[in-house]
Design a protein around this ligand. Structure first.
Ligand code: GAP
Length: 514
């Protein structure tokens, strides 16, 4: 645990020190759970967004994009159920005065049984060595089965009481499990209450004539209300999808963990409209496809897992999260939801307009069912960034801090470094910059000794360094150094573009997601 906390602290300070993420309005002591993306962060975020957009829109001839406004007619949120049901169950500790999400307290408690399972696995793997069969162990070991049954029992009861809005039972469960305030250790709890997460605002110049609005808590509704416009003008045939990236806002009460849970964040969502009855199949297809996309970034299968929901949102008939192993444990990165025809039917009812599709293959009109994929861009950023940050022991006994970002999303693809600041070397380096800038984000750095500049670029996440030296003047060759291997090679300036492109080309990376 201490290790995890240390690693997370390193992530926070590295993000600030290297111009990735700053606290919002820092000179005024910041605004809780609101962050700004700095010079490198904005590039990483843009690249991740583009990586998603290409995978969803460019690579599917039946998915198109949309950019709906953040402000929407207030009835949207009545229809979608957010006014009545977009709540978190909150509980306060009377001694520490700290507020928690009751479901998170219970989930964290249940997760301790999973930690115990993992400990048993480790012990057994050590005891049995090569003969260890993990799958068999997990399905037969009595202690493991007992831990998993306990975890299941806790989550099932919580799911049922939340679904039935039985908040008294949620509190009873917290008390029966003996869950204490993580901060103070006190078990002196208030009742559990529902709290709506939408931010309200006003439209209009004068107080009497102002209309109450909400900042959208998800981008999805902008897609639903435009469903028929897009279908008709784009002549889309079911099954088809509409994808959108954009800001969403939630008045999160328990806003910890840096950019993982913010009050203003960005979502990348896709609603896939399907014929009723086929939603289960599409739900499975999208689960698999989205996991493959994440894996294509190369962060390792061991860092992902699916979590099927016990408590379904008010609109879903099936839902799963893709969880990622963040520095504070496995947490939700992306949601895949089978949303039925809930949203379109509700918008039909509230607007009085038909939102139906005529399916000429079966000669029938219907309200389509929807399978949604929804990933938080900020969480994806944190997943990629925290996984990339590494301290490496070097052969000479030194350590280096290196940010091994997937090259395809790294803010700068190469740094061009003249060996010295004289004898015409900076001029050649700037010429190389001017050649490469048309294809890649590149940076120029002439300050400090070359070794220090290499280290700085390692910590910045730049996949390549290109050193210009006296030999360059003779034969147009430069040294190209690879961030991850630190391998150095002598190549011609004319070869640089293709060498860099081979490692950062989005198409090449995306083909791994197929
Ligand atoms: N349209 C469905 C929807 O909004 P969600 O599970 O509430 O579903 C989808 O959110 C994704 O948005 C999450 O998986 C997460 O990555 C991201 N997200 C949600 N709340 C967030 C927050 N407060 N801060 C950062 N990201 C958040």
């Amino acid at each position: 645990m201490a290790n995890q906390e240390d690693q997370f602290k390193k992530v926070l300070s590295h993000a600030k020190e290297y111009g990735y993420v700053f606290q919002s309005s820092e000179i005024y002591d910041g605004l809780s759970a609101v962050y700004d993306y700095a010079q490198n962060g904005v590039e990483l975020k843009k690249n991740l967004r583009e990586y998603w957009w290409k995978a969803m829109v460019q690579m599917h001839d039946n998915i198109v994009g949309l950019d709906a406004a953040i402000f929407m007619h207030p009835t949207t949120w009545k229809a979608s159920g957010h006014v009545d049901a977009f709540n978190d169950p909150l509980i306060d500790n009377k001694d520490s005065k700290k507020r928690y999400r009751a479901d998170v307290l219970i989930e964290d408690f249940a997760e301790k049984f999973e930690d115990k399972v993992q400990k048993e696995v480790k012990k057994a793997a050590k005891r049995f060595g090569d003969a260890f069969d993990e799958a068999q162990f997990l399905s037969t070991n009595p202690r493991v089965l007992d831990y998993r049954a306990k975890k299941e029992e806790i989550l099932t009861r919580m799911g049922k009481s939340l679904e039935a809005e039985d908040l008294a039972d949620v509190k009873a469960q917290i008390e029966e499990l003996g869950i204490a305030c993580p901060l103070s250790g006190s078990k002196n709890w208030t009742d559990v209450k529902q709290f709506n997460l939408m931010f309200g605002t006003k439209l209009g110049a004068s107080a009497e004539h102002a209309t109450d609005l909400y900042l959208r808590p998800e981008t999805a509704q902008g897609i639903f209300v435009n469903f028929l416009n897009v279908q008709k003008t784009g002549r889309m045939k079911i099954p088809f999808g509409i994808a959108q990236t954009g800001k969403a806002f939630r008045n999160e009460i328990v806003a910890r963990q840096f950019i993982f849970r913010q009050r203003e964040f960005e979502q990348m969502e896709m609603q896939f409209f399907v014929r009723p009855g086929t939603q289960k199949e599409w739900y499975e297809t999208w689960k698999e496809s989205r996991l493959k996309w994440h894996l294509s970034l190369g962060l390792g299968m061991e860092n992902y897992r699916f979590h099927d929901h016990d408590k379904l949102a008010h609109y879903a008939d099936a839902a799963a999260d893709i969880e990622f192993k963040f520095p504070f444990g496995f947490k939700e990165l992306e949601g895949i939801h089978s949303r039925t025809d809930f949203d379109l039917k509700a918008h039909e009812e509230y607007s009085g307009k038909k939102l139906q599709y005529f399916d000429n293959e079966i000669n029938k009109s219907y309200v389509p069912y929807v399978v949604e994929t929804s990933v938080g861009l900020d969480r994806l950023f944190l997943a990629v960034f925290s996984n990339a940050l590494q301290e490496e022991e070097l052969e000479d006994g030194n350590t280096r801090t290196v940010l091994k970002l997937p090259a395809v999303v790294a803010p700068n693809k190469a740094a061009i470094l003249p060996l010295v600041k004289k004898d015409g070397l900076p001029e050649i380096a700037k010429e190389i910059f001017d050649q490469l800038k048309f294809d890649f984000n590149v940076t120029y750095d002439e300050k400090d000794a070359i070794g220090r500049r290499y280290r700085r670029q390692d910590a910045n996440g730049t996949p390549f360094c290109i050193a210009v030296d006296y030999e360059t003047k003779e034969d147009n060759s430069v040294t190209i150094r690879h961030r991850d291997t630190m391998e150095q090679k002598r190549v011609k300036i004319s070869e640089l573009k293709s060498i860099i492109d081979a490692e950062v080309n989005m198409g090449v990376w995306l083909s791994k997601a197929k």
